[in-house]
Ligand binder design. Structure first.
Ligand code: ARG
Ligand code: ZN
Length: 871
C-alpha cells in the first residue's frame, strides 16, 4: 500500500509514558507494554496500533480490565470503545527473535539479542503507534538467563538490577528524554566492553562504553577515540552538549545498514567499529570516524529534535550527514573530503535522480519506507543543508541552528520548520530555495563567460533547467548558490567588483532564475573563471572553458575542489569521446602532460599527497555511464576505454609512477595523516602500474602483498592483482584466505575483491564462493560484498549473454524470503535498465519481470521492481 505525505494526520492519542518488560527466551520471548494513553480532543474512542503479522497477541487490558473490542488486520490492531479520558493500556505479545532473518525489530546476531527499530521495526516487537510523532518516555525492564546474557542494555540510565530464580537476572532502564519508538533499543548478550570518560563543557562526566564479542575487544580503540572527538567537536562547533551520564555503542555482525542512533545506545554494524591496522584499511578507519560521529550527532539532530513523519527523513539525515562531513573535514584534509563526497554524489545520487527511483529529498509517497534511506535523502539532503551555509555564511548557519533548537527541542517537526529557522534567524528571504525539497532531478546549469578588454568587464551568463522526473513533468527554477572566482594571468585570485561593490575573491551568486547575467567590473586582464567553487550546488555544470583554461585551473585555482575538477573535466571529455567514438583509441597528449605535472607535484616540499592521489584517479565507470544517453550504455566499451586510458598513462608515465611509488613506500606502518597520504599515493601508483602487461609488475605487486604490515597495503596490492590473469593473483588470494579466514570482516574484503574482478567468466568463481564457507546469505555484509561486488563488474555482471543478470535475479528471489531490505538493495542494480543498449536493457527487463512474478514478493522488492518497470 502506498502512503502519501498529503494524507498526514496527527495521532489520535498521545502516549505520556511507556513501560516495557521483556522476558527473553530461546523460544517465545514475551513483551508487556503499559502505556499511559491520552486521547486527543475530538477522539472517537478508536486507536490504531501498528503490529506485524509475526507478532502474537496475548492480551489487551484497559485500566486493568481485559479489553476485547478490537479488530486485527494485516498491518495492526484497531482498539474500539476506548475511554475519552486518559487511560492505561496494557498489551502482551509473544515474538520469536531467534527466527527473525529480516533483522528488524528484536533479533539475534551471533547468539546475542539486539534491535533495529528504524524505520518501522518496533511493530515487530509489540503493538504501538509506530510513527515518529508519537513521543514518549520509556522505562524498560529486561529479564534473561544470566550465564548466556550477562549484559542487558536499553536506553537511558540503569535504575535497578538484580538476580532472579532459575539462573536469571534483570535490569531496569529509564530514559528521561521523550522519543519515538524507532529510537528504542535493547541488547542482551555475552559481551566484552571498553570504557572511557568524557567531561562535557559544563563539567559533567559521561561514561563511554563500547561493547563487542569478547574476542574483538582489542579492536575498539579507534571507535572510542572517534566518539570523544565527536563529542568535543559538537560542543565547539554547535554548542551541543551530551545530555545523559552514559553513552553506549554495541557492535553486531548482522546488521542491514551501517549503524543506528538509538538514544544513548547506538547499535553498529561491526564493520564500522572494529579496526586494527592489520585488519582494517585507512578507508575503514575514516568510515568508522565518520559514522561514529554521525550517530553521535543524531543525539541532537534526530533524537532531541525528530521527524514528524518519514517523509521528513532528510530533516535529520541530510543535516546529520552534513554535520559528519564537516567533522571529518575538520579532522582530516578538507579539500580531499569534499572531493570524495562529491564523487559519491555524482556516481550514485545523480544516477538515482535521473532514473525511475528519482525522488525529491522530501519524497511524496512510499510503499516501504526502508527504500527511501537513499543517497538522495542522505547525500543530496546534505548538499541542501550545505547550501544554507554557503548562502548564510558559517555564522548565519549557526544562528539558524540555534533558533531551530530553541524552537523545536523535544518536538517532531518538518523540513519546513528547519527552513523557517534558517530564514528567520537571518532575516533572509529564501523562498526560491524551497523547490530543493519538492523537486526531484539534478538541475543542469550552463555557465558562459566572456571578457571585454575595452570595458574591462567579465560577464558570466548562467542558465538552469531542472529535468523531468517520473511524476514531475513541470519544474521551476531553484536557487543555486554559485560560488565564483576569477583567476588572473598570474595565477592569483582577482579582487572582484560586482554591482559596484567589492565582494572579495570568491563571491556567491544567488542564481534563482532560468537565466541570469552577472558582470564583474574593473577586470584589468583576461581572467579564467573558477565556477561552482567547492561544488557550491548539487548541479550538473557545463561551461565554455577551453582545454587550456582547464589546464590553467588545474595548476592555479586556489579552490582545491575546482583544481581537482578541472583535471576531471579533461579526463571525462577524453573518455566520453573515446566511448562514443569509432573504437580507434587515441590518447590526448595534453592529458598525459597534465598528469605528469600532477605526479611531479608529489616532490614539492609541502605536497598534499592525498589530494594528488585523488587527482590521479580516472572517473569511474559508474560516473561515465551516468553521463551517457539513455539506451546507449555498453559497459564493455566503458571498460575498454578506461583500460586504454589507464594503460596508456601507465606506459608513458611508468618512470614517474615507479619513482613516486618508491619515494612513498614507508619502512613501517604509521597512522599519522602524512603517512596515510603517502600510502594512498603509493597505492594509486601501484594501481596504475598494474595495467602494464609486464611479469615484473605482477611479481613486484605480489612481493608487496606478502610483505605488507598493514591491511591498506595488503588490499591495495590484492586489488591490483585481481584483474590480472597470473599465478601471483591465485597465490595471493589463497594466502590471504589462509591468514584471515577466521575474521569475517576481513573475509568480506576477500569476497568483494574477487566478486568485482573483470576477469572473463569470473561468474563461475562467484558462484563457487557463494557455496563456500566464507559466505552466508543471512549476513548482509556478506551479501553486499559478494553479490554487490559482482554487480560492480562491468564485464561479468553485464556479460553480453545475460548470465550475470540471471544470476542476480536468482539471488534476489532467494534473498527476498529471508530479508526484504537486503533483497531490495540488491535488486536496485537493475533499476536503470533503460540506460543500457537494447540487448542488455531487454535482458535486465526480463529479469525484473521474472522477479515481479514471484509469489509472496516482499513490499520492499515489489516497490523497486514495479517502479523500475513502470517509469
Ligand atoms: N538512522 C540510521 C542512520 O542513518 C539508519 C537507519 C536505517 N534504517 C533502515 N531501515 N533503512 O544512521
Ligand atoms: Zn543517520
Amino acid at each position: 500500500k502506498e502512503i502519501f505525505l498529503r494524507d498526514y494526520k496527527p495521532p489520535s492519542h498521545s502516549f505520556a509514558k511507556v513501560e516495557l518488560a521483556f522476558d527473553l527466551r530461546e523460544q517465545g520471548t514475551t513483551v508487556r507494554s503499559i502505556i499511559s494513553a491520552v486521547p486527543a480532543s475530538g477522539s472517537t474512542g478508536e486507536l490504531f496500533l501498528h503490529g506485524d503479522e509475526s507478532v502474537k497477541l496475548d492480551g489487551v487490558t484497559v485500566n486493568g480490565s481485559a479489553h476485547e473490542r478490537y479488530e486485527r488486520g494485516s498491518k495492526g490492531l484497531t482498539l474500539k470503545d476506548l475511554p475519552n479520558e486518559p487511560f492505561e493500556l496494557s498489551i502482551t505479545t509473544t515474538i520469536e527473535p531467534q527466527e527473525n532473518t529480516a533483522l528488524e525489530g528484536l533479533y539475534k546476531s551471533s547468539g546475542n539479542f539486539c534491535t533495529q527499530c528504524e524505520a518501522e521495526g518496533f511493530r515487530r516487537i509489540t503493538f504501538y503507534q509506530d510513527r515518529p510523532d508519537c513521543m514518549s518516555t520509556f522505562t524498560t525492564r529486561i529479564e534473561a538467563d544470566k550465564a548466556k546474557y550477562p549484559v542487558l542494555l536499553s536506553n537511558g540510565n540503569l535504575i535497578d538490577s538484580g538476580e532472579l530464580e532459575g539462573g536469571r537476572h534483570f535490569t531496569v532502564w529509564e530514559d528521561p528524554w521523550v522519543k519515538p519508538c524507532y529510537l528504542f533499543a535493547l541488547v542482551a548478550g555475552n559481551l566484552g566492553m571498553i570504557e572511557d570518560k568524557f567531561k562535557t563543557m559544563s563539567g559533567k562526566d559521561v561514561t563511554l562504553r563500547i561493547f563487542t564479542e569478547k574476542h574483538n575487544i582489542d579492536k575498539c580503540a579507534h571507535a572510542m577515540t572517534s566518539l570523544i572527538k565527536s563529542m568535543k567537536w559538537d560542543e565547539e562547533t554547535f554548542g551541543l552538549e551530551y545530555d545523559l551520564d552514559l553513552f553506549n555503542i554495541v557492535a553486531v555482525d548482522d546488521f542491514n545498514m551501517g549503524a543506528m542512533e538509538n538514544k544513548s545506545l547506538n547499535i553498529f554494524n561491526s564493520r564500522l567499529v572494529l579496526a586494527t591496522p592489520q585488519s582494517a584499511t585507512d578507508a575503514d578507519y575514516a568510515a568508522i570516524e565518520g559514522v561514529v560521529a554521525h550517530e553521535y550527532f543524531h543525539n541532537y539532530t534526530g533524537n532531541r529534535v525528530t521527524c514528524r513523519d518519514w517523509f521528513q527523513l532528510s530533516l535529520k539525515e541530510g543535516l546529520t550527514v552534513y554535520r559528519d562531513q564537516e567533522f571529518s573535514a575538520d579532522m582530516n584534509s578538507r579539500g580531499v573530503k569534499r572531493i570524495g563526497d562529491v564523487s559519491r554524489l555524482r556516481t550514485a545520487q545523480f544516477a538515482q535522480d535521473a532514473g525511475p527511483m528519482a525522488h525529491p529529498i522530501r519524497p511524496e509517497s512510499y510503499i516501504k519506507m526502508d527504500n527511501f534511506y537513499t543517497v538522495t535523502v542522505y547525500e543530496k539532503g546534505a548538499e541542501v543543508v550545505r547550501m544554507y551555509e554557503t548562502l548564510l555564511g558559517k555564522d548565519g548557519f549557526r544562528k539558524g541552528m540555534d533558533l531551530y533548537f530553541q524552537r523545536h527541542d523535544g518536538q517532531a517537526v518538518t523540513t519546513e520548520d528547519f527552513f523557517a529557522a534558517m530564514s528567520d534567524a537571518n532575516g533572509a528571504d529564501l523562498s526560491t530555495f524551497k523547490p530543493w525539497y519538492s523537486q526531484a532531478g539534478t538541475p543542469r546549469v550552463t555557465a558562459n563567460g566572456s571578457y571585454d578588454a575595452d570595458a574591462k568587464t567579465f560577464t558570466l551568463s548562467l542558465t538552469q533547467v531542472v529535468p523531468k522526473t517520473p511524476g514531475q513533468d513541470t519544474k521551476i527554477p531553484v536557487m543555486c548558490p554559485v560560488a565564483v572566482g576569477l583567476v588572473g594571468p598570474d595565477g592569483k585570485d582577482m579582487e572582484l567588483t560586482l554591482d559596484g561593490k567589492s565582494v572579495g575573491t570568491t563571491t556567491v551568486l544567488r542564481f534563482d532564475k532560468a537565466e541570469a547575467t552577472y558582470t564583474f567590473t574593473g577586470v584589468e586582464a583576461k581572467p579564467v573563471p573558477s565556477i561552482l567553487r567547492n561544488f557550491s550546488a548539487p548541479v550538473r555544470l557545463t561551461t565554455n572553458l577551453t582545454q587550456d583554461d582547464l589546464v590553467f585551473l588545474m595548476a592555479n585555482d586556489s579552490d582545491a575542489f575546482n583544481r581537482w575538477e578541472a583535471g576531471q573535466t579533461l579526463l571525462r571529455t577524453l573518455l566520453l569521446d573515446l566511448i562514443k567514438g569509432d573504437g580507434q583509441y587515441k590518447m590526448d597528449a595534453a592529458i598525459t602532460t597534465a598528469m605528469r605535472a600532477i605526479i611531479a607535484g608529489a616532490k614539492e616540499p609541502n605536497a598534499d599527497k592525498a589530494f594528488i592521489a585523488r587527482a590521479m584517479m580516472v572517473p569511474s565507470a559508474g560516473e561515465l555511464s551516468d553521463m551517457l544517453d539513455e539506451g546507449t550504455v555498453d559497459p564493455a566499451k566503458i571498460h575498454e576505454a578506461r583500460t586504454f586510458v589507464m594503460k596508456t598513462l601507465a606506459t608513458e608515465l611508468r618512470a614517474d609512477l615507479e619513482a613516486t611509488m618508491k619515494a612513498n613506500s614507508a619502512e613501517k606502518y604509521s597512522n599519522e595523516p602524512a603517512d596515510r597520504a603517502a600510502r594512498s599515493l603509493k597505492n594509486t601508483c601501484i594501481g596504475y602500474l598494474s595495467y602494464l602487461d609486464d611479469a615484473a609488475i605482477a611479481a613486484m605487486t605480489y612481493e608487496r602483498f606478502a610483505s605488507a604490515d598493514n591491511m591498506t597495503d595488503k588490499i591495495a596490492a590484492l586489488n591490483s592483482l585481481s584483474d590480472k590473469e597470473c599465478d601471483e593473483r591465485i597465490k595471493a588470494f589463497a594466502e590471504f584466505y589462509e591468514e584471515w579466514n577466521k575474521d569475517p570482516l576481513v573475509m568480506n574484503k576477500w569476497l568483494g575483491l574477487q566478486a568485482m574482478s573483470n576477469l572473463p567468466n569470473n561468474i563461475a568463481n562467484v558462484k563457487a564462493l557463494m557455496e563456500g564457507p566464507a559466505f552466508d546469505i543471512k549476513n548482509p555484509n556478506k551479501v553486499y560484498s559478494l553479490i554487490g561486488g559482482f554487480c560492480a563488474s562491468s564485464v561479468n555482471f553485464h556479460a553480453a549473454d545475460g548470465s550475470g543478470y540471471e544470476f542476480l535475479a536468482d539471488v534476489v528471489i532467494k534473498l527476498d524470503d529471508l530479508n526484504g531490505q537486503v533483497a531490495s538493495r540488491m535488486v536496485s542494480a537493475f533499476t536503470r535498465w533503460k540506460k543500457y543498449e537494447p540487448s542488455r536493457s531487454s535482458a535486465m527487463r526480463a529479469q525484473l519481470e521474472r522477479i515481479r512474478a514471484k509469489k509472496g514478493l516482499s513490499e520492499n522488492v515489489f516497490e523497486i521492481v514495479s517502479k523500475s518497470l513502470e517509469a
